[in-house]
Ligand binder design. Structure first.
Ligand code: G6P
Ligand code: ZN
Length: 544
């Protein structure tokens, strides 16, 4: 095995988005493309000698190959130790945990999250830093600039190594260990939740649940935790085997892509509980019997009930939500007398708050919920949290949420996505909106009056960094809010996201359809933005 210096030329398109570098598989198949980016990460880290690196992915197409190439680069950069998940598998939250557990300087997670996989799908590389969380904006910018000037990388010429059995091999100066991807994570979960109470719930007559792993990374984790450790019946975990193309599906836990699970939780014979996770295991969707739980409500209810879970029995330090997420959790924070932080979209913005102990729980409307137990959102953790609450409160999921609404009121929320639209047209529309922001205040639209409008910027209270241009917020006189931004995770054209929310107090209409309650706001958005004209679409591609 020899150390090689390989000459290369920079690519101009390696700027990471909301969550790592995400591109079509064919882009990653270009010679040197993957190596350039990974070397840019290592060069940004500076000192790799003597350090530990965690490597794994969601099992999608290219995962195996990419791992071999990353190991050879890690050896070329003289890492002391590289830990690889068996079969190349590591969920995003499990990788975050391992980074912290082993004192690694970081981890490389191979995933394009919920985007489809397979040869015609997407691939992605995320770098998580020593705290276990996604690289900060500053580090991401440094990696991007390194990728623009790179002219060589270091690798060790090595034969392909087997990653399908637990083993330790020496590659150059680097010890490469293939480890169990599930055990440490399952132990962590057992240390946070009341497994005894959850096990009793799962074996109670009349409580039937399914966990849909969507043929993505959570299958092995869910089998170990729900079926082996908590004793749920065999078959509780469905679509449990990770496949390189996710079985042709779209591993995104929402009502459209997890329609099969929604059907199991609907009708006369509905299950009492259903849950799904995404490609890399960080998202969650949780359903009750004939009941859809919005992720914004989920965060608020978890915060309000946190002391029922052993890990949070002493209370929570504070909460955070991304800006487009509804303000439901703010009401809980007020009630508990703890701070609430409003951050830009992207889990990386929660990292400093978690590290500084300013918050315990955080979440996003995009089906992400998490806590200070790792530095990523965590799908299985959210499911266990809900099961723990249902067991502790001896109530159904729907009853818990309805009690919550009766106390705090309901923040009706919906997101409308327009996917695959022309990037220039989308950019022009957003720019046009930003230009007219100063004139919007006081304007009447469709029976509603705009009382305030701005472009969201965030000053991190821990390191004082400023992140500007994080989406437009428009506030209306009925308490409603419209948020407009472009997605930072798509790979084809642009995705326009419109987020609508409005609070109705506890004595008001609590069980209505969000699309109806929010219709005045939705119509106002059409009037203001001429969405159909800009996007060429007369209905959203996806409604959450
Ligand atoms: C990923 C990130 C989240 C983010 C979501 C949507 O899951 O980890 O933090 O909320 O993507 O981001 P987007 O930029 O597409 O709205
Ligand atoms: Zn994900």
């Amino acid at each position: 095995m020899t150390l090689q210096r390989v000459e290369t030329a920079a690519f101009s398109d390696q700027k990471p988005g909301t969550s790592g570098l995400r591109k079509a598989v064919s882009v990653f198949q270009q010679p040197h493309y993957l190596e350039n980016f990974v070397q840019s990460v290592f060069s940004t880290l500076g000192q790799c000698e003597g350090q530990t690196l965690i490597v794994g992915g969601d099992g999608r197409y290219l995962n195996d190959q990419a791992i071999q190439r990353i190991v050879s680069l890690a050896a070329g950069n003289r890492f002391a130790r590289v830990l690889v998940g068996r079969h190349g598998i590591l969920s995003t939250p499990a990788a975050s945990h391992l980074i912290r557990e082993y004192g690694a300087c970081g981890g490389i997670i191979l995933s394009a999250s919920h985007n489809p996989g397979g040869p015609d799908g997407d691939f992605g590389i995320k770098f998580n830093a020593a705290n276990g969380g996604p690289a900060t904006e500053q580090m991401t910018a440094a990696i991007h600039s390194a990728s623009l000037t790179i002219d060589h990388y270091w690798r060790v010429d090595m034969p392909a190594m087997s990653i399908d059995e637990l083993a330790t091999v020496q590659v150059g100066e680097t010890r490469v260990e293939v480890i169990d991807p599930v055990a440490a994570y399952a132990d962590l979960m057992a240390s946070l939740f009341n497994f005894e109470a959850i096990a009793a719930l799962l074996s109670a007559p009349g409580f039937r649940m399914r966990f849909d792993a969507m043929h993505a990374v959570t299958g092995p984790y869910a089998i170990e935790i729900f079926e082996r450790r908590l004793g749920a019946a065999g078959g509780t975990v469905i679509n449990a085997i990770p496949l390189p193309d996710f079985g042709g599906g779209h591993p995104d836990p929402n009502q459209v892509h997890a329609a099969g699970l929604v059907a199991l939780c609907s009708g006369d014979d509905a299950l009492q509980f259903g849950a799904a996770s995404d490609g890399d295991g960080d998202r969650n969707m949780v359903l009750g019997e004939n009941f859809y739980l919005n992720p914004c409500d989920s965060l608020a209810v978890l915060a309000a009930n946190a002391t029922l879970v052993p890990a949070y029995a002493d209370g929570i330090a504070g909460v955070a939500r991304s800006m487009p997420t509804s303000r439901a959790v703010d009401r809980v924070a007020d009630h508990l007398g703890v701070p609430v932080f409003e951050t830009p979209t992207g889990w990386k913005f929660f990292g400093n708050l978690l590290d500084a102990g300013r918050i315990t729980l955080c979440g996003e409307e995009s089906f992400g919920t998490g806590s200070d137990h790792v530095r990523e959102k965590d799908g299985i953790w959210a499911v266990l949290f809900w099961l723990n609450l249902i067991a502790a409160r001896e109530q159904s999921l729907a009853a818990i949420v309805r009690d919550h609404w009766a106390q705090y009121g309901r923040d009706y929320f919906t997101r409308h996505d327009y996917e695959g639209i022309d990037s220039d047209a989308a950019g022009t529309m957003i720019k046009g909106l930003i230009d007219v922001l100063p004139n919007l205040r006081g304007k009447d639209i469709n029976g509603l009056q705009i009382i305030d409008a701005d472009e969201f910027a965030y000053r991190d209270p821990v390191d004082d960094s400023l992140s500007q241009g994080q989406g437009v917020r428009i506030f209306f006189n009925d308490g409603g809010r419209l948020v407009v931004r472009l997605s930072g995770t798509g790979t084809q054209g642009a995705t326009l996201r419109l987020y609508f929310d409005r609070h109705v107090d506890g004595s008001g209409r609590l069980n209505a359809d969000p699309q109806q309650v929010l219709a005045p706001l939705i119509n106002a958005a059409e009037d203001l933005l001429s969405i159909e004209n800009t996007t060429g679409l007369d209905t959203p591609s996806l409604i959450t």
